[in-house]
Write a protein that binds this ligand. Structure first.
Ligand code: DCP
Ligand code: MG
Ligand code: MN
Length: 348
């Protein structure tokens, strides 16, 4: 089947490319974007070579090939394999990394460190690793927190929260964002946007959220507060866990409390449009909207669309600029010149 053959199979460096591709795949699996990109660029360079690259020095002269990858190229050519790859493909080690990466509050660096320390199972982590309080919750409730929430349960959880909210402030409004708003049949967590008519700052909403959290904790609904590296410094985000009480028709058969992830985002009415876009996602859709804004000399963030942003080197913004639109989701699309997309059409 000639058509299925990749062009590089006729390349004098095909074996090298094949091994480097396995490395790229490995780094992609462990979410190491930086190394993945490094390997991909090196592969692209090798595919363009008309001759076989056999030494480190030769490889190092080529564009996008650094010293480390150059050394590996020589190793592949001389031994026909790569020690690092065999190490990466060590099953228990690779499997452990995947398990650790799914613990709430654990990033790549931490997971890799644990693997390097010789930990292989959740039991190892539970009994031997040094955990912060969030990671402790992540380990103790690993299975629950890695199970998706059926849409019906998201709605039942929301009903519970809304009842408590109405008792505190009948004017408060709670909108479910995230994958639920995109129409997903199940969600990784429940994402609430909390707002109120005529509010203009997060500070105006903070007392309400504090009271809501206290009430829901008293009910036994909220079961943990979590710190998160994503948490905004302005106090607009709250992360935690909750449990749906026994509810007829939803979880009343063989009831067992299941821990779920819950997020609140405080949004003043004046910033609702920006927040709806941000908290509806998905993350890839958001990234493309932000990039588009930046190409048009504007800036889109969770609070709205800004213009006359002054940028320094590397597109870093120096000034926030002037708010163009914050309140209205549709207007933000309009001003950016993007055709309106319903939430269920925002899967990237
Ligand atoms: N978000 C983002 N960039 C991130 C993380 C989140 O733009 N790095 C935005 C888009 C997401 C929203 O926040 O849709 C909610 O984040 P979640 O992590 O809860 O993601 P989803 O709700 O989309 O999916 P899931 O069903 O896994 O919760
Ligand atoms: Mg979500
Ligand atoms: Mn979330």
């Amino acid at each position: 089947q000639a058509g299925a053959q990749d062009a590089y199979q006729n390349n004098p460096n095909s074996r090298t490319i094949e091994v480097l591709q396995s490395m790229a795949n490995y780094y992609d699996r462990v979410n190491d974007h930086w190394r993945t990109t490094g390997y991909r660029k090196a592969i692209t360079t090798l595919k363009r070579q008309a001759t076989r690259i056999t030494t480190e020095e030769e490889a190092f002269q080529l564009p996008h090939i650094g010293r480390r990858i150059a050394q590996k190229i020589e190793e592949i050519v001389t031994t026909n394999k790569l020690q690092r790859l065999e190490y990466a493909q060590d099953e228990p080690m690779d499997g452990a990394l995947q398990v650790f990466l799914r613990i709430y509050g654990v990033g790549n660096k931490q997971a890799q460190q644990w693997v390097a320390q010789g930990y292989r199972t959740l039991e190892d982590i539970k009994s031997k690793a040094k955990l912060n309080p969030s990671q402790r919750v992540g380990v103790e409730h690993y299975d629950d927190l890695n199970t998706r929430i059926p849409r019906r349960e998201v709605e039942a959880l929301a009903a519970f929260v809304r009842r408590a909210a109405a008792r505190i402030d009948a004017q408060a409004e709670l909108i479910i964002g995230g994958s639920y708003r995109r129409g997903s049949t199940s969600s990784g967590d429940i994402d609430f946007i909390v707002t109120k008519l005529d509010t203009e700052s997060v500070a105006q909403l903070r007392p309400f959220l504090d009271e809501l959290v206290r009430a829901l904790e008293k009910d036994g609904f909220l079961t943990a507060r979590l710190a998160s590296f994503h948490a905004g410094g302005d106090g607009s985000k709250w992360h935690g866990c909750c449990v749906l009480p026994k509810t007829k028709g939803i979880n009343d058969r063989d009831y067992r409390p299941v821990w779920r992830r819950i997020d609140f985002l405080l949004v003043p009415a004046s910033e609702m449009g920006g927040a709806l876009i941000y908290f509806t996602g998905n993350d890839i859709f958001n990234r493309s909207m932000r990039l588009l804004a930046s190409k048009k000399g504007m800036r889109l963030n969770q609070r709205g669309l800004y213009k006359d942003v002054i940028r320094g080197p590397g597109r870093v913004h120096v000034t926030e600029g002037e708010l163009v639109e914050g309140r209205d989701e549709r207007k933000i699309f309009d001003i950016l010149g993007v055709k309106w997309r319903e939430p269920h059409e925002r899967w990237c």
